[in-house]
Design a protein around this ligand. Structure first.
Ligand code: ZN
Length: 134
């Protein structure tokens, strides 16, 4: 079951630059900066109510975020849903005909295990499932 929007991922050229903008916009400060080596990405998180904003900066131009920035520029990159059990959710979505980028979950930022759905099966929206690590 998808329980809520956990965060929105926003691709940025520079976390240092963009944090100033989002901290001013949201009236809060970043609570975590974390590098995710497997995705070659630097992340920064801001809390807004029950949801989060995740800023994503490419560690190198060949990474997924690097390619996204080159093609589309800065902007919303993905929407992440909180799930109770990512394994059963992956099975359910596969059975519904959705295409998974990750058929088994992997470690993500901010104490999560994650899996992405391919945007071609979700109306052009990159969707992330995330489950809090216990
Ligand atoms: Zn994310």
């Amino acid at each position: 079951m998808l329980r809520k929007i956990e965060h929105l991922g926003i691709a940025v050229k520079s976390i240092d630059q963009s944090l100033k903008v989002f901290e001013a916009l949201l009236g809060t400060t970043c609570y975590k900066i974390e590098r995710v080596e497997s995705e070659a990405v630097q992340t920064a998180f801001l809390m807004i109510g029950e949801s989060k904003i995740e800023l994503l900066e490419a560690s190198n131009p060949d990474s997924a975020i690097g390619k996204f920035l080159e093609k589309k520029g800065q902007g919303i990159h993905h929407i992440a849903f909180d799930v109770e059990n990512i394994f059963s959710e992956i099975e359910r979505l596969k059975n519904e005909g959705f295409e998974l980028i990750h058929v088994s979950p992997k470690d993500g930022a901010d104490n999560k295990i994650i899996a992405f759905l391919h945007p071609k099966s979700t109306e052009g929206v990159l969707v992330e499932l995330c489950q809090e690590k216990s």
